[in-house]
Design a binder for this molecule. Sequence first.
Ligand SMILES: C[S@@+](CC[C@H](N)C(=O)[O-])C[C@H]1O[C@@H](n2cnc3c(N)ncnc32)[C@H](O)[C@@H]1O
Length: 305
Amino acid sequence: MEIYLKKEDIESYLINQEENIKNMIDNLDSSWPHYNAVKKLLEETMLEIKRKDIHCNAVLSSTKHERKIEKYVNWVEVYRLANYHFSKYTSSNTSYSEGLFSTLLALNSMYIHNKKIKDIGIIGCGPGRSVLDFSLAYPDATIYGLDYSLVSLVLARNIVSTNNKNIEIIRRDDEVVLDKVESFNRTNCKWGMFDLTKSNLNEKFDIVVCSNVINLMPNHKDAINKIYDMIKPNGYLIYADLTGWRLDRKKEQQLLSDKKAIKNSFENVGFETIECFDGGPYIEKENKDNFTFYKQTYYIGRKVK
Ligand SMILES: C[S@@+](CC[C@H](N)C(=O)[O-])C[C@H]1O[C@@H](n2cnc3c(N)ncnc32)[C@H](O)[C@@H]1O
């Protein structure tokens, strides 16, 4: 696992993740049917921190934030997303979320695919579905799965780029199911600890894919600027997100509130719009008969320089 953080941010990042993982391990209940699977994932994540062998002195309070991203370090959320990303590869052979992933790939095929692409960054990759998809679409490129959540990164790496075969995924249906995904053994992926709010990866990628992440950022404009900086001149952004469905947000978190605002915001920073449209849906399963549909807005643009 790589670290794509500024030197001064590494220590506090690792302390923050370590503290969260310790708490989660302490709070595991050994009577749960999925206890062993969760414990294994968390212990593996902890090992990843120990391997970095960085002596941590930082004070944790400086890193605890009210940010929405804290939710995604939690294993419950990581497995929820893993089902959303990979359930069609489990014994259920069912996926209600292919619309998003297929659209990201379709935009790539229509407008980019024939170009010489070397480096692709998947920002906020979560359990790794787009990393898998783009690694298959571009077998000769390097795909970077970047996320703040180390638990997510470890699970993503296990599923996408090991050949450990049966990776356990916990699914909560009417009951809790311990399901398996066969790993994909992709060798053209790199995984990295990353924080978009503090990115210093400049002009690194030919394509950046970013779905359902900016929406969570404390400041949308900053996030867009950071993403712009990460793309090489003439490179591409493929973006999708839910839009202005929360009225209780701070002003800085309402910038991308509809497709017009999205198009303007990306153009203002220097992207040339290729397509921008509402579509979707993003679907969440409530129970076996009920689903919630959200509108997803898509944007593809080119960085002009
Ligand atoms: C809603 S999930 C989306 C996952 C995936 N992109 C998708 O579309 O399904 C948001 C992901 O962004 C990550 N994330 C949130 N804030 C981040 C930040 N500042 N830097 C990097 N990743 C972040 C979370 O850890 C989580 O994995």
